[in-house]
Design a protein around this ligand. Structure first.
Ligand SMILES: C[S@@+](CC[C@H](N)C(=O)[O-])C[C@H]1O[C@@H](n2cnc3c(N)ncnc32)[C@H](O)[C@@H]1O
Length: 176
């Protein structure tokens, strides 16, 4: 209940569809949303990719994963597959299976960043995209990824990743 109020306030501030278009999510694609939470991006992504596409909503917290499964059933969303897993073990997804592996505001939660990045890279097809966007600690967010650490950790596993940042967010794009 509280989560859905927070999500609807957030939706008014930032349209998930606009963000997904910036990332490059499009009709027919296979997407992995790693650390999907309650599905703020995963459900809109399922709408965008349509019946010929698929979204894996990957979330280690059983409560959040169960909530997404329930919502998908209730809303008849058939192209969203919830996987209860952490970013460090995406073994239920085949190598080269997805067009985009994205992580929205979840990177700072990952337990083993190296493993998580290698897994995200593994599941993306050649020419596909690993996209990571995280909050930065500061006046607005109390926690998140520090810019220098984020850049260092990501560049180590995903050389040639391109970064963009503003005062509150940092993002990286890596073409496989
Ligand atoms: C701030 S929420 C963001 C959720 C969603 N991406 C969004 O934008 O609304 C961070 C999520 O990362 C999840 N998380 C925690 N540890 C994780 C891990 N090791 N791998 C993947 N996700 C993780 C949390 O359970 C939580 O749902």
């Amino acid at each position: 209940m509280w989560a859905s109020i927070v999500e609807s306030l957030r939706r008014r501030r930032c349209s998930p569809h606009v963000r997904l278009a910036e990332v490059g999510v499009a009709k027919g694609m296979k997407i992995a949303d790693v650390g999907a939470g309650y599905g703020f991006f995963a459900f809109p992504a399922a709408e965008v990719v349509g019946d010929e596409g698929l979204v894996y909503a990957i979330e280690p917290d059983p409560k959040r994963a169960a909530e997404m499964t329930k919502d998908a059933e209730e809303e008849g969303v058939k192209n969203l597959k919830v996987l209860e897993a952490g970013a460090e073990d995406l073994s239920r997804i085949a190598t080269g299976d997805v067009d985009i592996a994205m992580s929205m505001s979840s990177f700072h939660h990952f337990v083993d960043h190296r493993k998580a990045l290698l897994e995200m890279k593994r599941i993306v097809k050649p020419g596909g995209l690993v996209y990571l966007r995280d909050i930065k600690p500061g006046r607005v967010f109390k926690h998140g990824s520090r810019s220098d650490e984020f850049r260092r950790t990501v560049s180590h596993e995903l050389p040639n990743a391109e970064f963009e940042e503003d005062p509150h967010y940092i993002a990286a794009r890596f073409r496989a």
